[in-house]
Write a protein that binds this ligand. Sequence first.
Ligand code: MIG
Length: 744
Amino acid sequence: MEIQFKNEKLKCEIISDRTIRFHFSKEGNFNNQSFVIDENLIRKTPDFKKDNEKLFFTTDFLKVHISDKGIEIFNKDILIHSDVEEKGYLKDNKKISTYKKMLDTTGFYGFGMRRGKLNKKGEFLINWNTDDPNHFFDTDPLYECHPFFIALSETHCYGIFFDNYSRSYFDFRDKDFYSFTAEDGELDYYFSYGENPKVVIQEFSNLVGKTYLPPAWALGYQQSRWSYRSAKEVKNIAKNFRKRNIPCDVIYLDIDYMDKYKVFTINNKKFKNFKKMTENLKDIGFKIVTIIDPGVKIENGYKIFEEGVKKEYFCKMGKELATGYVWPGECAFPDFTDENVRRWWGENHKFLLENGVSGIWNDMNEPAIMSKVDYNLMNLIFKFLHFNYPPAIGKTTEIVDKIKKIIMKTLPDEATHKAGTHLQLHNIYGYLMCKATFEGLRKIKKDRPFILTRSGFSGIQKYAAVWGGDNQSTWKHLEMSIISMQNLSTSGVPFVGEDVGGFWKSLKSSELFVRWIELGVFYPFFRVHSALNTKRQEPWSFGKKYEKIIVDYIKLRYRLLPYIYSCFYEAKEKGIPIIRSLFFEFFEDKNTHNIEDEFMFGPNILVAPIYKEGTTTRKVYLPKGKWTDFWSGEKIEGGKYIETKAPLEKIPLFVRGIIPMSDTQNFVGEKKQDILYVNVYSDNCEFIFYEDDGISFDYEKGLFNLIKIKVTNGKPDYEYIHKSFNGIKKLKFTLEKEEIEIDI
Ligand code: MIG
């Protein structure tokens, strides 16, 4: 049902008792075609009633008032959300915006891949996916902007998802109100109420979708570099891992595996028998993941380019192709808003899969584009002058200048896609590239796809893991990742990571690498990557003393895989991320609301990384409840700050409940894991353990086990909630005073 809202129409839909959609017409029309909202969502039309001058409707949790003055939302008669009078919907040419009262909001969290502080209250944020290779603490926007946030007050919270793909802004600088604005498209947003952030994220993930279960091997350790340049080099790296007994599942091939950087080709000189290479690597437990960028080299005779031109699959500028410079030189850009283009792009991956490639790494998909001048400069800097970081061009803090600069780094606003202009669709480009890749891989190989992406949008978790782009090998960048990982996770993306060890610049200190590995174990996506011309970052590049610590941590990661995999199951079922800010997990403990340098890894591990050089102690806030120091076993009552020791080989970890572990192995699936080591840290607790074959979609047919492991007054027990997989055979409980084995 549509109601009149000043000069426009407003459509309200009830998605659930907590989630309402507000969609405003633009010049009388509703055009927004959503690329991310679940098509099968059930929407109800509200039953409007009249109360004095106001229309209103109710759900079990909410009462929504609408008048010409604006929208007001109440929970139990308390006003929790309100438009600023007369400013609920504003339009200025193509631009639309809405203003909201600040009320008692204490913080705004989420927004995708953001650096800087966790809480964005007081800031102005731009949504425009941007490649800024030389970014820092205060750089915004970056590769992956999500127009979703959770607003916290001391007693409740809500989420807002603004379903708009154009350049948009969130402005939280004023103390009395905040606003969001988009340069084009419609004002179409979803409001979700929650007693705590977990409820909000569940509501939100019902809208935009949840992760599938990633292939288990993608949760292992992964090694990357720009670039491992030949089959010989790749084989040597692999052999070194096995020789030294360092677990590793994946090796990445960056752009140099291609012929002249042309997508869906292989450089036959450097990788003479590519297929043979991947087969040999598989025999010793390695998967190969290759990079694919969206830019298609403009070159006569190059099949992908010629096909794309013939079928009109590329973005246009007027009647011509929209072009720009990337690594291959001048390129055309596939229009992923067109379903036929997505199918074509997906099918092209057959060539790589037939060559034994196991996963795809989507880079530069903002899309990132250089001018011819910058392109020549980059080639000079990297290939001839051997720089290992790019220059910071035109740094600015002025918003107007910032916007001018980011517009230059991608297709022009006026470029066209099948579904509209680039201005209207920019932010969905990377997401749709991943969708194309995911659907292609799923069709070709049946197993679970693995895709890693740099750019994306809300809902990207349905298709890909996300990494944080071009960080640097510095302490500050390690620290920044603690926050960006939380921001992405609060945006509903569970599979997140950063380049461990840092990407640009040579690592100056082994200590930094060790600290970063210690943190990387607790990135859901755990990969070391480094740039051209930098010092090597393989685990053995730092000398024996450091190698030992590094390897112990990689092994810890493998031992934790049953826990991590079970966390992914929870993410798949409920949309709850693996990395959780303290406020997210412990909303009731208000002390946690502004802590940003610690986080939860799943429900039971609190991680307090060391991010300052030469540090061997740190302060840690333990939320209310009972904790155990993972290393010493010491019991500590939470609700306070403690000072903890952190010599180089120790990252402070505090645990609770149950943490299931396995034996370590050289790669996932090397040895069948019959025993589950159940580490118990409390007399009364339970854990839902999940297992399946780790590779196929058979779990969709019910082929998996779900075991409720529980401890009651110190006595261990278990119960199958679901049993249809030949999995673990024995539970080995480590309780406070004894060990108990149960065959199951
Ligand atoms: O312009 O493919 O973020 O991980 O190694 C640089 C080369 C392009 C940027 C990615 C980085 C990757 C690099 N790419």
